[in-house]
Design a protein around this ligand. Structure first.
Ligand code: PRP
Length: 179
């Protein structure tokens, strides 16, 4: 049986770190507009909090859908866009907003793709980073928390589409029943 009873990051810890990240981002982008490109679905909670923590900017919210070909994402590195941006980002300051970076396959693909659209700047912010799992190198400017290689859920992250609504991050683990 799978349970998510261990809290890795509380809601308070996450909110405090989101405010710190927002302050850093404000300093780095003194003039707007700033495009936040959020990757569906997992980043929807983080982008909502991050956007509201940014005060001094014209902040534009964009969404992208990405999926793997088959189920071989981490080994094949084959990803495709299932929902593209509404905006033309040429000449714009763009920040990709992710919930978690694992192998780096999704982000390295996406960064290459968006760079071809000639933004003025392109950086990445991720709430969570699992550096131990990296297969493809990715330059990530802003990292909320570096976490160990454990399966985490909550704050947008799912297991089989459940748990995204939790306001904290929990570790999903297997327990064996004694009954
Ligand atoms: C997660 C996460 C990233 C990707 C990171 O998405 O949101 O997009 O995996 O993994 P990688 O570094 O190994 O490429 P997921 O595929 O779980 O989709 P979801 O956000 O819709 O849940």
């Amino acid at each position: 049986m799978l349970v998510a009873d261990r809290v890795l990051l509380t809601s308070e810890q996450i909110q405090a770190r989101v405010r710190e990240l927002a302050a850093q981002i404000e300093d780095d982008y003194p003039d707007g507009p700033l495009y936040l490109v959020s990757i569906l679905k997992g980043a929807f909670v983080f982008v909502a909090d991050l956007a509201r923590a940014l005060r001094r900017h014209s902040v534009r919210i964009e969404f992208m859908g990405i999926s793997s070909y088959g189920s071989e994402k981490t080994s094949s590195g084959q990803v495709k866009v299932t929902r593209d941006l509404d905006a033309n980002i040429e000449g714009c300051d763009v920040l990709i907003v992710e919930d978690i970076i694992d192998s780096g396959v999704t982000l390295s693909y996406l960064a290459r793709l968006l760079q071809q659209r000639r933004p003025n700047s392109l950086e990445i912010v991720t709430l969570l980073d699992k550096p131990e799992r990296r297969v493809q190198p990715v330059h990530v400017k802003y990292v909320g928390f570096r976490i160990p290689d454990e399966f985490v859920v909550g704050y947008g992250l799912d297991y089989a589409e459940d748990y995204r609504n939790l306001s904290e991050i929990r570790v999903l683990s297997e327990v064996t029943s004694n009954e």
